[in-house]
Design a binder for this molecule. Structure first.
Ligand code: DLL
Length: 403
């Protein structure tokens, strides 16, 4: 099949030219954060550097890292580089405790995001005449609106089903003739399994030919099962709300690995213990410097995701470097059905309930590819065990608070 690009100039730019563009954009972003974000100015002053010391990506090592905790310490808007009047959208994702990390977007940020998701759609061979069903959640989570904007930019017919109501999703897929399904891998499998239960053979009875899946890890086995049950081409899309949302990196149909949109995000892989860069091909923690974000520029943001750079020419013709599938995290974040969950969030809820002690166990179980999380807690006063009604009431309270 002939390869098509959404933005051929950028996606196939010769590497030397791309490096020059990255250097120019890096100088600009460093100057912007220095001038507009006190957090970065203070950090740089402590390190004795100014924007004049940063000439290009070879100087990145001079700059400080940014951590999720820094976002939390500056909650909600402390790392924003533009006045509120410039912000047209706010998203949020779960933080390590009760407070989420908040990301703002200028209209330029929203436009660039739509472009990057349109590139992702083209990577998956999606075109104007395709019907795209977006079954990522719409709302504070970036999946729904991100995929939606990309589909509309391409000119597809987008069906914003959002997540949930699986039987209705399946009916839409069948009746409207969905070509492309965008959702989390675990939800794609649930859709496939539910359709099978309803008596369909999705690979034969549905028109769907491709999936754009992300927001959580999927093993090779899971990817195969999705390919086979739905009869589709699989495209992995990666992103995180702090850095933009889906579309930071995307898998092309040519070969293994996800192209990072390197004209907008500069990737580094570092050893999580020493924080020193590791050679290409070695697994480590993925770190991003945003090169074009206006509202929330981030310098050397530690994603905590573990992957490696695949430094090989890709037969699709895109010149942007690829990362491998995400294989894990360097912190304790769990992703349960696409939702990021930190044990510390659960702990902060448990601590508020006087009848239970702060000791708890978390059990993640996987039935098929469907994750469930069980929280086991200890009673402070064992006599509660004598009253079934009191125990039921406490369980209901804990469940409601956790939810
Ligand atoms: O999950 C953005 C997104 C939406 C990406 C839809 C792809 C599709 P957050 O909620 O901030 O943003 O969660 C980001 O999810 O640091 C990874 O740990 C994980 N993640 C995202 N995409 C992938 C992927 C969205 N393709 C966190 N493979 C990230 C594995 C992924 N893990």
């Amino acid at each position: 099949m002939e390869q098509v690009y959404w933005n051929p100039t950028m996606e196939t730019m010769p590497r030397e030219q791309l490096r020059a563009l990255q250097n120019e954009r890096l100088r600009d972003v460093v100057r912007r954060v220095y001038e507009h974000v006190p957090f970065y100015r203070n950090k740089m002053q402590q390190l004795g550097i100014t924007p004049n010391d940063i000439h290009g990506v070879e100087d990145l090592h001079l700059l400080p890292f940014t951590e999720k905790q820094d976002l939390r310490n500056n909650y909600p808007f402390g790392l924003f580089a533009v006045p509120q009047s410039e912000i047209v959208r706010i998203h949020a994702s779960s933080g390590t405790t009760g407070k989420p990390s908040v990301a703002g977007y200028t209209s330029g940020d929203v436009d660039r995001w739509a472009e990057l998701m349109a590139r992702a759609m083209y990577c998956a061979n999606v075109g104007k005449s395709d019907i795209v069903q977006v079954a990522y959640g719409y709302g504070l989570f970036t999946g729904g609106l991100g995929a939606h904007a990309g589909g509309e930019a391409v000119g597809c017919s987008v069906i914003p089903t959002s997540s949930g109501n699986t039987k209705r999703q399946i009916q839409m897929m069948k009746d409207l003739g969905t070509d492309i399904l965008a959702c989390t891998p675990s939800y794609a499998l649930l859709i496939a399994d539910t359709a099978i239960e309803m008596g369909y053979d999705p690979a034969k009875d549905f028109k769907v030919s491709g999936v754009i899946l992300g927001a959580e890890p999927a093993s090779e086995g899971m990817r195969d099962e999705i390919r086979q049950k739905l009869g589709v081409q699989y495209c992995d899309v990666y992103g995180l709300s702090e850095v933009m949302g889906p579309g930071v990196a995307m898998e092309c149909s040519a070969s293994h690995g996800l192209h990072v949109a390197e004209d907008h995000f500069y990737p580094e892989i570092v050893d999580p213990d020493t924080l020193k860069p590791v050679p290409d091909g070695t697994y480590g923690e993925l770190v991003f410097t945003t090169l074009t974000r206006e509202c929330c520029p981030l310098v050397r943001y530690r994603t905590r995701d573990v992957t490696r750079i695949i430094n090989e020419e890709c037969s699709c013709g895109r010149t942007h470097r690829k990362i491998d599938r995400i294989i894990g995290r360097t912190d304790d974040m769990m992703i349960i059905r696409g939702v990021n969950v930190f044990p510390s969030q659960i702990e902060s809820v448990i601590m508020q309930i006087p009848q239970i002690s702060p000791h708890y166990m978390l059990y993640i179980r996987r039935e098929g590819y469907h994750d469930t999380l069980e929280v086991q807690v200890e009673l402070v006063d064992g006599s509660l065990l004598d009253s079934f009604a009191a125990l039921e009431e406490l369980t209901a309270t804990i469940r409601a608070k956790l939810r």
